[in-house]
Structures are given as structure tokens and as C-alpha cells.
Design a protein around this ligand. Sequence first.
Ligand code: SIN
Ligand code: CO
Length: 360
Amino acid sequence: MKLALLGGLSARQFLRRYWQKRPLLVRGALPGFRGVASRAQLAALAGRPDVESRLVRRRGGRWHVVHGPLECTGLARNATLLVSGVNLHRAAADALLRRFHFLPQARLDDVMVSWAGTGGGVGPHVDSYDVFLVQGAGRRVWRLQRPRAWRMVEGAPLRLIADFAPDEEFLVEPGDVLYVPPGWGHDGVALEECQTCSVGLRAPLGEELAAAFLDFLHERGLPRARYRDPGLRPARHSAQIPAAMFAHAAGVLARIRWTRRDVGEFLGRYLTTPKPHVVFFPPRRPLPRAAFARRLRRAPVALDRRSLMLYRGAQVYLNGEALVARPALRALADRRSARLPSSLAETAYGWYLSGYLHLE
Ligand code: SIN
Ligand code: CO
């Protein structure tokens, strides 16, 4: 199926030709698109302590960064306000993220929105993940350079490329989408006040996965065997670590085991655990259990936009919880809205009370 978002390419063609290989500019990918939040809404988000935001400003050759919460009434020349995770707060940003449904949800991260004054930008930099730069109101020039061994600016508050020498330049207008693969240098400068929505992908580092997996093993239970040494002899060199103590440690660590099933469960929980600042809002006046069950028979449920729901094999994961996958739960995870059978009413009621899903 050809997708207008991809300039008439099918998802398969885009993935084969461009994905993690080369940039793609799609002119008019989203006709009429002007952004996902007004200036006032972005400024209000930037003022909240539970929202990650930054104000970046270039003065001459120097960059200044202030981290949120920010009080932001207007934008100076050469300044950019960046707000992360806008999809958690604004339905339009969530809808933009969901347009990328041809990618696995496990790969989608968030929608970051930048609002730049004339000349604003974050400087030439490189990201370690793929990004779709969706241009809202206003025009911007993007300069791109293929991956190489970059020399970075030392001591800068942003990860800036010192020897940026772009080999491509694009002037983007509202509704254009520029796909930038990981490792490509890019620099966007606002020609006038403008909004850019970065649909960012998620690519966990092996080291992050491993550290989180060790925490998972810890929570699940590690060997408790305490060291004992009833046959201890007087110490001749009192600072020396006893050989028996080393053997004990090596033996305990060698007993830590895991299966592919543990890895599956860990990954499902890890990928669906909401970011630390995410807050769910329970319904203000919740329906009683029986009324909820009656409504469930007639109406589909929809996942809250903050909910993360994935599945693998016989397990489904919702916001870090694991349970047995049923076809209706897989459908809910894929489409984010589904009819649930009454056998799931009890489970669904718990999620409804937690604010994880809503009745449509
Ligand atoms: C921006 O919107 O100014 C920066 C987005 C990016 O480079 O990822
Ligand atoms: Co970037």
C-alpha cells in the first residue's frame, strides 16, 4: 500500500531503500499540517515540572542552554524552545506518532516539538536514533552530512559537530517530512518563526538493556547464600582477601541463571514501563464495577495515550505489567482500541481505574 506520508512509497519500499541507509525528503507529506500545539500550549508545557524542556540560544558562536521548567513568554532571535514527550500531553501529537504505525510500536519513542524564532536551531549535531522531522508552521533550512568520524565541539552544552561540512540542503515548508537516519549530521535553521515536530525512534543500547536486566534479575530474586567460614584459621596477612571468600563469590555468581522466557518477560516489561515522569489520571467519577461491565458489552475501550502495550508469544505487557495474551488484548495493543469480551471485564476495570484505558 502506497503511503502519502512516505511520498507514495509503500512502507516496504521505504524500509528497503531509505530506513537506516539514507535520508528522504517528502514534500507535502501532511497537507495542511501546521503543528501539534500552539505557542501558548508549548509554553505552558515547558512551565511544568513533569515535562522535559530546554531553551537553546545562539549568541555569536556560543550556545546557551537552560533546562526546564521554564517561564517562556516570547522567543528571542536565534532561540529555540524544545519540549519532549508532547505526545503524552496533546492528542494531536499522539495522533502524529500513530501515523508511523508501519514501524513496530516498540521502536517509537516520542514526539519532541521545537518552536524556533528566526535564525533559531540547535546547531549541527548527530543523533544516535532515526528521526522524522515533520515541519509545522514556518519554513526552515536543513543541512545534512553523511556519517563520518565527527570532531565534536568541546565544552559545549550541546553535542555539536565542530567540522560540519554539509553535502545536502533542503528548504522545508509546512507539511514536509524529512527522514534522517542515525549518525547523519544535521542542522536546521528557522527562516522565520517555525515549529518542527521530531518523531523520534527508540533504540536501546546493549549496556542499558543489560543494566535493566540485572535489576530485573535482582527483583526476581538472587541467591541469598551468606558466606560462612566455620573452619577459619588465624590470618597471616590480615589484608588479604581469603581464597574461600573468592570461591564463595564465584560460586554464587555462577548460580545466576536465566532462560529465553525470562529475557522475553524482561523485554516486555522494560519496553512498556512508562518513563519516570509519566502520570496517569484515574477517571474523576469512575463507574461502579457492574455499570462498567455493562458498558463494556456495548462499547470498545481505547488505551490512554500514555499507555504502552506490547505483546510477544503468550504474554502481553501493559505499562510494565505482564499477563496472558488473549486475541482481544493483542488487538487492543495493535490498534489501541478494541472490543473486550466480558471475561476480561475484571482486568479491564482495574486498568480503567488506573487511567490506563478509557471507555469509548
Ligand atoms: C529541532 O527541532 O530544532 C531539532 C530537531 C532535531 O535535530 O532532532
Ligand atoms: Co537531531
